[in-house]
Design a protein around this ligand. Structure first.
Ligand code: ZN
Length: 409
């Protein structure tokens, strides 16, 4: 039995694969493997070589059908869904030939997907739109990408007239909780470069993302009995608060920045009279700016501490992830192939910058350049999540065209 792209997608979204951010296991939730097993069964039926690891990743491989040696390309997406919104008992609904109307979701009619909120719906008139039913997310992030990749593999093995080198697929778990490539084995993947299919609207192409550090500031104050503290107490809570309050607000903050602007974001504060810690995340597209941001926090702390002569601070920086652009600029053909492929299948590329990290960024810095391509997903991590079938079909066309272009290298 073989499936259409739509049938695959509808099947995958009904498997609950919500990641669990509180878990320390791989995968974070055992149920993610239900989708791993289902897809492995499909690959087996297609006669495609695959393996899976203990974390629920799938590695699949299709041999070359040309007689010259070309780079090995991989396509990557993630099987898990976000912890932000329920993924249990997803009931996908296919709205044929969408005509621009509000879509009221039947299991909770207060949930309305409207072009007023999502004007992009008006670009999808005549398309088939898939939504959830009002109680859950849809899981288009990233089961759109999964369905596109599996369907493209199916097309490749059933259409031998499409020339291609070795083509690989990597499906991961726990991307949504930042562990998407924690268990990747690059020798098993055995590829030269690749693409994640985890971006949004038709044509979206992302080759840059934030570079990210964590910064921990620890304040050591001076404790004393509050009844007899005059002239001696230096309250670490107050010192930490003053430092946070003295940092920029109208710039360099998540709530006041967008596009290519970076920020310093206090994400957690805890402590007492004697010791207080503030956890920050530092983000910018220019990796070097992260050091400037760390120094700004340190100099602010030093200024505040001038009023607290017996107190001190220490700081600790941890690297989180890095901008994939730093790698991709050294391999310009990787992005160029994807852009040419899109144009060849009639899709206009829309450049974007990811204000976060991606599996592709991590893979890029592991030596496998990996920009991010559209999978069609919209209003992700919410009950309003939706996707156009025709956009996903263009995703399959783009993947196949990339394979053709790589075969000419
Ligand atoms: Zn995603």
């Amino acid at each position: 039995m073989q499936y259409t792209l739509t049938e695959r997608f509808l099947k995958y979204v009904q498997v609950d694969t919500q990641a669990d951010p509180t878990s320390t296991t791989f995968p974070s939730s055992e149920k993610q493997k239900n989708l791993t097993n289902l897809i492995c069964e499909e690959l087996k039926q297609m006669g495609i070589t695959y393996s899976q690891n203990e974390a629920g990743y799938i590695y699949a491989s299709i041999p070359s059908n040309i007689d010259k040696s070309v780079p090995k390309v991989f396509f990557c997406s993630h099987l898990d869904t976000a912890p932000d919104c329920s993924g249990t008992d997803v009931r996908p609904i296919l709205h044929h030939n969408y005509q621009g109307q509000d879509i009221t979701l039947p299991d909770d009619n207060t949930q309305v997907i409207s072009p007023r909120q999502y004007p992009n719906l008006l670009n999808k008139i005549g398309n088939d739109i898939i939504t959830a039913s009002g109680l859950t997310l849809l899981g288009s992030d990233d089961k759109s990408g999964v369905a596109i990749i599996i369907d493209a593999l199916y097309q490749l093995v059933n259409n031998p007239e499409i020339p291609h080198g070795e083509v690989k697929a990597l499906l991961t778990t726990d991307e949504e909780i930042g562990k998407g490539v924690a268990k990747v084995d690059l020798s098993l993947l055995d590829a030269d470069f690749g693409y994640t299919l985890d971006s949004g609207d038709l044509g979206c192409f992302e080759d840059e993302n934030f570079s990210a550090n964590a910064f921990k500031l620890t304040i050591h104050g001076v404790s004393a009995h509050p009844g007899y503290a005059k002239g001696s107490m230096e309250n670490a809570i107050k010192i930490a608060s003053e430092i946070v309050a003295a940092l920029p607000k109208l710039t360099l903050s998540p709530e006041t920045t967008e596009a290519k602007e970076g920020f310093i974001h206090p994400s957690k504060i805890q402590g007492g009279l004697e010791t207080a810690t503030v956890d920050f995340i530092l983000r910018d597209f220019e990796t070097a700016k992260l050091d400037e941001y760390a120094n700004l926090i340190r100099s602010t702390a030093e200024d505040v501490l001038l009023s607290y002569p017996n107190s001190s601070y220490e700081s600790e920086v941890k690297v989180q992830y890095r901008n994939m652009k730093d790698v991709l600029v050294q391999h310009p053909h990787v992005s160029q192939i994807a852009l040419t492929a899109m144009e060849n299948v009639g899709v206009t590329p829309i450049y974007g910058s990811i204000r976060g990290g991606t599996d592709g960024a991590a893979l890029s810095h592991l030596g496998l350049p990996c920009p991010n391509l559209f999978a069609g997903e919209q209003a992700i991590h919410s009950k309003h999540e939706w996707v156009s079938v025709q956009d996903m079909e263009k995703g399959v066309d783009t993947v196949l065209e990339i394979c053709r272009l790589v075969a000419k290298m």
